[in-house]
Design a protein around this ligand. Structure first.
Ligand code: SF4
Length: 252
C-alpha cells in the first residue's frame, strides 16, 4: 500500500513523472503554479498524431484525420510514411493477432494498494494510456514516431511492465516501436520483478513529493518546451523567490 495521505501531486502519470525528471522548474510551472502551457505544435508532431491515429484503427478504416497545419507536400509525405509503416511485415504480424487477444488505445489506473481494481477505499496512484496490449504474448507496445534518441527514458516502459505484471501475473515484455525506422526497443521483466518495479515508482513519487527546490534544467528540448515563454531559458539567468522556494538556479 502506498501512503497517499500527504501526497500533493497524485494521481501520477508517466508524463507527470517525466516532466519532473526532465526539468523540475517545468513541473513547478505546470503543477504548482498552474501556468497554462503554450504547446509548441510542430509539423512533425502533427505527422506523429496522424500515424498514431491510423495505427489505432488499422486494419479497420480510421475516421478521417483533420490536418490543421501540414502543407500538401507534408501531407503526401505523411501518407507515404504511413504506407511504408503498415506495409512492414513486423507491423502486419503484430496487428494480425485475433481481436480477442489484442487491446488497443485504452487507459488504465493503478490504485494505492497496487491493484488495478477500484474498491470503496483505494485511490488512484498512477494512471496511463496504452497503444497496444497483446494478451497472448504478454507484451505492451508504445508506437513512437520521430527520431530515436539514444538516451531513452525507460520510465514509461517500466510503467507498462507494472501494469502488465499486475494484469497477467506473468513475465512481461514492454517495447517502444519506432515505426518510421521499423526498430523496436524492448525490455523483459519477470513476474518476480514486481516489488522492484513498485519500489522504482515509490522512490520517484517520494522524490517528487519531498522536492523543495525546483531548478531549471536547460537541455536540448527547451526549444520545444511549453513553458519557454515564461522560463526564457536562453535569455534569463535570475534567482527569485516564489512560494518560499528558490527558483531559477540553473543546472545543465
Ligand atoms: S524551457 Fe527548459 S529550463 Fe525552462 S522550463 Fe522548459 S525545460 Fe525547463
Amino acid at each position: 500500500m502506498y501512503d497517499l495521505s500527504a501526497c500533493k501531486f497524485a494521481p501520477f502519470s508517466a508524463f507527470k513523472m517525466n516532466e519532473f525528471l526532465s526539468c523540475k522548474y517545468k513541473f513547478f510551472l505546470r503543477y504548482i503554479e498552474k501556468e497554462k502551457p503554450i504547446e509548441v505544435f510542430g509539423s512533425s508532431l502533427e505527422k506523429g498524431r496522424f500515424i498514431h491515429h491510423a495505427l489505432e484503427f488499422y486494419p479497420d478504416k480510421p475516421t478521417p484525420f483533420k490536418f490543421s497545419m501540414l502543407s500538401e507536400s507534408e501531407q503526401n509525405e505523411a501518407f507515404h510514411s504511413l504506407k511504408k509503416i503498415i506495409g512492414s511485415d513486423k507491423i502486419k504480424r503484430l496487428l494480425s493477432y485475433p481481436k480477442d487477444s489484442l487491446e488497443r488505445e485504452f487507459s488504465f489506473k493503478i490504485y494505492d494498494d497496487w491493484s488495478l481494481e477500484k474498491t470503496e477505499t483505494n485511490k488512484v496512484l498512477i494512471k496511463g494510456d496504452i497503444d497496444y496490449y497483446n494478451r497472448e504474448t504478454n507484451r505492451i507496445i508504445d508506437w513512437k514516431t520521430g527520431k530515436i534518441y539514444p538516451d531513452k527514458s525507460v520510465l514509461q516502459i517500466k510503467l507498462y511492465a507494472l501494469y502488465g505484471i499486475l494484469k497477467s501475473n506473468q513475465d512481461f515484455e514492454a517495447s517502444y516501436y519506432y515505426v518510421e525506422h521499423n526498430e523496436m526497443y524492448s525490455e523483459e521483466y519477470k513476474a518476480d520483478d514486481l516489488d522492484n518495479i513498485k519500489k522504482y515508482f515509490s522512490d520517484i513519487i517520494n522524490t517528487i513529493e519531498s522536492e523543495k527546490t525546483f531548478d531549471k534544467k536547460i537541455n536540448r528540448l527547451c526549444e520545444w518546451c511549453s513553458y519557454k515563454h515564461i522560463c526564457k531559458p536562453f535569455t534569463m539567468n535570475i534567482k527569485g523567490e516564489t512560494h518560499g522556494k528558490e527558483m531559477g538556479s540553473i543546472s545543465t
